[in-house]
Design a binder for this molecule. Sequence first.
Ligand code: AQP
Length: 335
Amino acid sequence: NERVFSGIQPTGDLHLGNYLGAIVNWVRMQETHDCIFCIVDLHAITMSHDPQLLAKQTRELAAALIASGLDPDRCILFHQSAVPMHAQLAWILQCVARVGWLDRMTQFKEKKGKDKEGASVGLYTYPVLQAADILGYRATHVPVGEDQKQHLELARDIAIRFNQNFGGGDGEFFPVPEPMIQGPATRVMSLRDGTAKMSKSDPSDMSRIAMTDDADTIMRKFKKAKTDPEPLPESEEGLEGRPEAANLVNIYAALAGTDRAAVLREFGGQGFGSFKPALGELAAEKLAPNSERYRDLKADKKTLDRILRDGAAKADAIAAPILEDAKRAVGFLKG
Ligand code: AQP
């Protein structure tokens, strides 16, 4: 039985990287799979944060996800802190994961900045909580962007080690989850720097397309995107060493539901003066209706809170018995 789990942090506006790297796949999979999507507020406090802003951003992210096509009747949508399994299973898994495994995680190295001593312990153990998020539902598939590949490998290692140590005879306590990294834009880059990933925490608003941007803003940001002076190449090899050009072509391909070769057949030889407005128009056409729906949904706090509460109850009904089994497996007496 296949079950999908994926999460997203309520740390700022949903952006085009989140959308093309993860959420378009979530929307597609809710038609074919048993899907659980989580707003990971426990992960969001691993960096310094403002409590009032976190509550607001949690609701706003729920609104943005629904506006982007998640249907709470077809998937489970909830916030992580409302289901006790996540923190409890994370503790057990912290005692399974090895320090050496966590020391290899590149996201910690990037996010801690220069001051390792000043980073929170939670930021260090973040990938173990992520493993608990997935394994606590016995999820089999995890649709994510390219940047999460290493964390997914860690979740697999933790599942395998737990199964060996506590899985009983058949060693099959947790399914070993498969990452699903799909589409022509699994790593969307900043519009200001083709070598840095598009991210919620980039201080420049011009570096990303927010899913809440209106059509004019989307067009303006693409027109101002950093590029080189050469026209677009006729074939994919010509994109090598041109990260900004490659990024815009990837984005176009993903939004148009095609591939890079097809985009270059259409635009190869043309300059950015004509490609950027075409991209801006396509993006506005695809994304602006979502941003209008978002504005309507965001105003209705009561409905959003009800959707998240109902989602949490459904998630808890799946997770609580698995957590109980895990506690028995490691030898805890029933409480
Ligand atoms: N630039 C990206 N390209 C493709 N996929 C991306 N994702 C994030 N950035 C890109 C995918 O979006 C999902 C949710 O991400 P998240 O918010 O939980 O993780 P994150 O990596 O912390 O996202 P940000 O925007 O980079 O946030 P900050 O700036 O707070 O670190 C994941 O599936 C992720 O792969």
